[in-house]
Design a protein around this ligand. Structure first.
Ligand code: ADP
Length: 173
């Protein structure tokens, strides 16, 4: 029997959206084991702490129907992605691509990661047409300005956004 294929899907997930979940569903059909890796060290001033972001991803994954494919786990990481990938003994990195906006950044990151470890491939997935355009950044902006984000995130994430915004901005880590 061949060795199980291990994939790492890294991101900020601030917060997890329907776009991320679409990619997770697709990635789960490709790998035997999928590790959703929540970046702790993010220079973007996240709205939610790494623990909160990981907890939200875990909650979303628990709502997926059984038999999606891979066994899925969520881990926070604060090291260089390629070091984390090696530590997990992963074979592939999964990333999502939205239209042309992500291309330049993803292209450079994949090329530099390949330079760091040429045995690990980056695989790009596209979300369904309906979820393609969703970005956490805009979801946060809409929520902060009192808009309705229910078609971009789950009920649970929406409630977490509302209570975070009502309670003021936290010190995120
Ligand atoms: P990053 O910190 O790299 O921006 P994100 O949490 O925003 O991480 O996203 C993680 C990955 O998921 C990235 O590869 C991003 O392009 C992808 N992604 C996020 N939203 C979508 C979406 N709506 N459709 C496809 N891919 C997406």
């Amino acid at each position: 029997m061949s060795r199980p294929l291990i994939g790492v899907y890294p991101g900020t997930f601030d917060p997890v959206t329907n776009g991320h979940m679409d990619i997770i569903g697709r990635a789960a059909r490709l790998c035997d084991r999928l590790i959703v890796a929540v970046a702790t060290n993010v220079g973007k001033g996240p709205l939610f702490s790494a623990e909160e972001r990981a907890a939200m991803v875990r909650e979303e994954i628990s709502t997926l129907p059984s038999g999606v494919g891979a066994s899925i786990e969520v881990r926070a990481f604060d090291t260089l992605l390629m070091h984390f990938v090696r530590e997990m003994k992963a074979d592939i990195i999964l990333r999502g691509l939205r239209a042309v906006s992500d291309f330049e950044y993803e292209f450079q990151m994949a090329a530099m990661n390949t330079r760091l470890d040429s045995t690990v491939e980056t695989v790009f997935l596209m979300a369904s047409e309906k979820q393609q355009f969703i970005a956490s950044r805009f979801v946060k902006e809409i929520a902060l300005l009192g808009g309705d984000v229910s078609s971009f995130v789950s009920k649970n994430v929406k409630a977490r956004l509302e209570s975070r915004i009502a309670g003021g901005r936290p010190i995120a880590g």
